[in-house]
Ligand binder design. Sequence first.
Ligand code: LLP
Length: 377
Amino acid sequence: MLNDTQLLEAAQRFGTPLYVYDAAELDAALAGVRAAFTDTRIFYAMKANPNLSLLRRFCSAGVGFECVSAGELARAVKAGASGEHILVNGPAKSDEEYAEGGRLGATFIVDRGEEVALLPPSSRALVRVNPALNVSTHDHLATGAGSSKFGVPLSEVPAVLDALKAAGHTARGLHVHIGSAIRDAGDFAAAFAKLSELRPSVGELEVLDVGGGWSLDADLHGIAGQARQAAEVFGAQLWAEPGRYLVAGAGVLLSTVVGSKQTGRNFVLLDAGMTELIRPMLYGAVQPIRALWQGDQTKPYDLAGPACESGDVLAHDVPLPTPQRGGVLALLEAGAYGAAMSSNYLSRPRPAEVLWDGAWQVIRHRESPEAIWAAEL
Ligand code: LLP
C-alpha cells in the first residue's frame, strides 16, 4: 500500500482528481488469486479497469481477458492477447462482436439459445447458466437471480449444449457468474451446487468457468475449493474471471479539498465527485477514506463533489480533521470500477491515472477539453 508521503507527492506532481495504482498491490492480488485458484485459467474481467498499461501487465503474466464489447476486444488485442486467451461475453452481443470474436478464435459465452444461430461458423462456446439464486449483494450487482437478464435457465442448458454441437460449434462447457462484490462464500457454493445438478444430463465437460464477483474480503480459498469440487464433478478444467479482486485494492482516488460548508449538514467540498467515482451513488458503495492532512478529529462530514446535483456525495458522516483548503483526501479501494466508470458529464475531463512501480509512470493523461469534444462536429 502506498504511504501518505507517496500519495501526497503524486497529488502534487500530477494534480487531482487523480487515480493512483500500486504495481506491487496488483501483483500481490494476482498472486493471491493464483494461490487460491490453482490449476485455473484466469481471465481478467477488464470492465473493472481497462487501462492498457494494466492489461499489458496482466497479459504478460499469462492472464487472459473477459470482454463484453467490441472496444474491450480491441483492447485485449492491443494488450497482446491471442484468441485462446479471450472470452466474448454479454447479453446482447452485436454483429461486430460476433465477427471479431470469430476472427480472433475467442471463446463465446452464450447467454441465450437464440445465439447458437448467430455465432460465426465453428465457434467455441460456453453456455452461461442462470442458477436462479438470490445473492447477498446490492440488487444492481446481482446477476444470478431467476428474474435477471443473464444466462440460460438450468432446465434449458442441455438443449442449448446439444444445439451448439448440432450446429457444428464446439461446446466447451458451462459458465456462471452470480454477481459482484459478494462476500459470502456460501452464495458461490449454492451456485456451484445448482450447476452440479446438470451433471447427469450434460455429461463430462472440457471447461467450467465460475466467473468472478469476489469481494476483497471474501474467503477466496473457500470459494476456490468449492469451484474445484464443481469442476471435478464435470471432469472439467477450471476457469475464473475476476475483475474487482485483481485491481480494487491497488487503486486510490486522490481528491483535493476545495472548501467546506455548513447547511443542515457539514460538507467538505472536493474536486472529485460522481464524474470520477460513481459507485457510492449507484450502489451505495462505501469506499474507505484517509485524510492526508493533520489535525484533531472534529466532526463527521459529508464529502460532496463539484457537480450541480444533490446526489453528488461520495460519502456520508466521515469523521475528519478540520478540513483545510488544499488538503488531500484519499478514497481507497478505488482501483475497480472507478476510472472505468468515470464520465465526461459536465464536460469534466476524466482524471489522469498514474502507476507506482518503483517510479511514477503516467498511464493515462488527464483529458483536455479538446479531447472531450474531439468526436463532435
Ligand atoms: N464475469 C462476468 C460475466 C461479469 O459480468 C463480471 C462483472 C465479472 C466477471 C467480474 O466481476 P467482479 O469480479 O469484478 O465482481 N460496476 C459494478 C460492478 C459490475 C460488474 C459487472 N460484471 C461495481 O462498481 O461494483
